[in-house]
Design a protein around this ligand. Structure first.
Ligand code: C2E
Ligand code: MG
Ligand code: MG
Length: 293
């Protein structure tokens, strides 16, 4: 029917608009329809998740490579469906970004983390800084630093307990506004980590300009560090640059003893990975790592 043809044309048009490289036309196909339906499904699910407050936070420790002690942890977003099933952020962060829901969800993550830290402080736990991921999209909000500060003030959590993780793309998209936001965050007393380092396009000059505190070496350099000499040399160079700029290094994705041994020998200061444990709930992390003072 004509209605069906128009609907097909609309689906193809939406797909053409979404393509990064401009395309003058695109043909409708069943594959495009299926993609459109599944995108819509994730979008509807995200609205439901926000509405029902289904987001929770898991924690994964940062281990000091010399002492093997816990020196920090990363807060990682999860969605717990009504059925109890857990969904990892890889399946929905980009949808939240596209739907302009990422600000709201990220602030929720920060609230959950601050509530958890407040609980740990009040119960005499030896609290370590918690790293919270920020999306590149949030850097379009010039009030970001102020909003983050307000959440901490609400829970009476000192900024020394929060590290903000940002990716190279967050900085690169709009360097000037990123600079303003980062300067403000640093002024408030937050530490800043550059996440997934080596996967984006940040120049070494930016590492100096932004005065980050931590540099997280991306998992892609660590994965084969035991046999790939090029990766090893690159990591060595990254660690040397980080040391020159006074940045603490964290190796992402340490899964075995060999990776741990090499990273430690190369002078990396901290590690994070399945070797020590997968991300777990706040209670589990408490049981495993915290001792009452
Ligand atoms: P990320 O910030 O680089 O976080 C580290 C990711 O590596 C986590 O995946 C973690 O589970 C995984 N990982 C840790 N150790 C290992 C290991 O030994 N091997 C392997 N293969 N993976 C390991 P996760 O939790 O699925 O998070 C994926 C990404 O989603 C994060 O990467 C981050 O970019 C984003 N994300 C997570 N939580 C948030 C959030 O609250 N806000 C925003 N904007 N993004 C978030
Ligand atoms: Mg991170
Ligand atoms: Mg990372």
């Amino acid at each position: 029917t004509s209605e069906e043809i128009i609907e097909m044309a609309q689906i193809a048009l939406a797909k053409a608009k979404k393509e990064k490289r401009h395309k003058p036309y695109i043909f409708y196909s069943n594959a495009i329809r299926e993609e459109a339906v599944s995108t819509l499904q994730v979008e509807l699910e995200m609205l439901e998740a926000v509405e029902n407050d289904e987001f929770i936070v898991y924690y994964q420790p940062f281990i000091e490579l010399g002492s093997e002690g816990i020196v920090g942890m990363e807060a990682l977003l999860r969605r717990r469906k009504k059925s109890g099933e857990l969904m990892g952020p890889g399946t929905f962060i980009s949808t939240l970004e596209r739907m302009n829901l990422i600000d709201k969800v990220s602030m929720r993550v920060l609230e959950i983390v601050c509530e958890q830290i407040r609980y740990w402080i009040d119960h005499g736990y030896k609290v370590v800084p918690v790293s919270v991921n920020l999306s590149a999209v949030q850097f379009k909000n010039i009030n970001l630093a102020q909003q983050i500060k307000q959440v901490l003030e609400h829970y009476e959590v000192p900024p020394k307990y929060i590290v903000l993780e940002i990716t190279e793309s967050a900085v690169m998209e709009d360097v000037r506004s990123a600079q303003i936001i980062i300067d403000e965050l640093k002024e408030y007393g937050f530490a800043i980590a550059i996440d997934d380092f080596g996967t984006g396009y940040a120049s070494i000059g930016y590492l100096k300009k932004f005065m980050f505190d931590h540099l997280k070496i991306d998992i892609s350099f660590i994965r084969e560090i035991g046999k790939n000499m090029q990766d090893r040399s690159l990591v060595e160079a990254i660690i040397s640059i980080a040391k020159t700029l006074n940045l603490k290094t964290i190796a992402e994705g340490i899964e075995n003893e060999e990776q741990l041994y090499i990273m430690s020998a190369l002078g990396c200061e901290m590690g994070q990975g399945f070797f020590w444990g997968h991300p777990v709930s706040g209670t589990e992390i408490e049981d495993k790592y915290f001792k009452i003072c």
